[in-house]
Ligand binder design. Structure first.
Ligand code: C5P
Length: 296
């Protein structure tokens, strides 16, 4: 008889740098990005128990409750990535039909904002369910399962600071910058990632497939950089495309030191001096959240 529980944080991320290196034959884009987890977290509570076969034979193997301040836009249905993550681990472990998994997700990370909340929840669920089952999947199997769920899901198995290549799933930990504050600017609307990449494709993308030479210097500078230096290193090749898809982003991104995370809609700044100024920008639906970089 097994009945085991685990509670884990699922942190949000920002992209410190995001460069598009080209379009791939599979329709995805070759990226070089530096992911960074921050202290804004969802909470994932997991319970793995023997499946009760005495009652309703059709009782679900997987249950999901979603609550918390950011729950309204998150489906508590079987297409939620956490359910797919848990089911994937059970399937790979040969445990489908034997055990049930109950998931309680407390959402603090806004959805649809380029902060990777859904991806982080999925990776954290996969890692947690695997651990509760006694780690039947090795690191490679867990990574492969997560890569099948979404391009930036595998990063959240690692956390901290990491270079992401390929679709974002080929990862290498990099030396973290000095701990720094991040102010997140949430404009109150979502920007769909596929639309941003499609807008990027409207212009010809010719880029090298391999990591450009300037990345050596960039990764070197990143290590030990403070917030002021990070600003100078920043670049996000999706910014113009995101602005094209959602022109309201311009009101945020036209300010110095304000950057887009992933494909948006969240923007962020490292500079605490901006905080007073933000109140004067007049975006009524915008929320401001203060967080901090988070290491592994
Ligand atoms: O992998 P994920 O489901 O997060 O990707 C969502 C969409 O973003 C993809 O369907 C694709 O249009 C785009 N994408 C891309 N290149 C990447 C990652 C995402 O074109 N490296």
């Amino acid at each position: 008889m097994s009945d085991a529980r685990l509670e884990l944080d699922a942190p949000a991320k920002i992209n410190l740098v995001l460069e598009v290196l080209g379009r791939r034959p599979d329709g995805f884009h070759e990226l070089a990005t530096v992911f960074q987890t921050v202290d804004l977290c969802d909470r994932v509570e997991l319970r793995v128990r023997d499946r009760d076969t005495s009652g309703d034979a059709d009782a679900p193997d997987l249950t999901l409750i979603v609550d918390g301040p950011e729950s309204p836009h998150v489906p508590a249905t079987s297409d939620n990535l956490v359910v797919r993550a848990a089911a994937g681990v059970l399937r790979e472990a040969g445990a489908l039909g034997d055990v049930a998994v109950d998931i309680h997700l407390t959402k603090h990370i806004p959805a649809g904002g380029g902060l990777g909340g859904g991806s982080s929840d999925a990776a954290t669920t996969a890692r947690g369910v695997n651990r509760l089952l006694g780690d039947p999947l090795d690191a490679d199997a867990l990574h492969e399962l997560c890569a099948g769920l979404g391009s930036d899901v595998p990063f959240f198995l690692l956390g901290g600071t990491a270079l992401g290549r390929g679709r974002g799933e080929r990862l290498r930990p990099v030396e973290p910058p000095l701990p720094f504050d991040v102010t997140l600017l949430l404009p109150g609307f979502a920007v769909p990632t596929p639309a941003v990449f499609a807008a990027l494709d409207a212009q010809p993308i010719d880029g090298p497939r391999s990591l450009p030479a300037h990345w050596d210097a960039l990764l070197h500078d990143l290590a030990g950089a403070d917030a002021a230096r990070l600003d100078a290193l920043f670049r996000n090749d999706l910014s113009d495309a995101a602005r094209h898809v959602e022109p309201r982003l311009h009101a945020l991104l036209r300010h110095d030191g304000v950057h887009l995370s992933g494909s948006g809609s969240t923007a962020f700044t490292y500079a605490p001096a901006h905080t007073d100024e933000i109140a004067t920008w007049g975006m009524r639906s915008m929320r401001v959240l203060h967080t901090r970089s988070r290491n592994r």
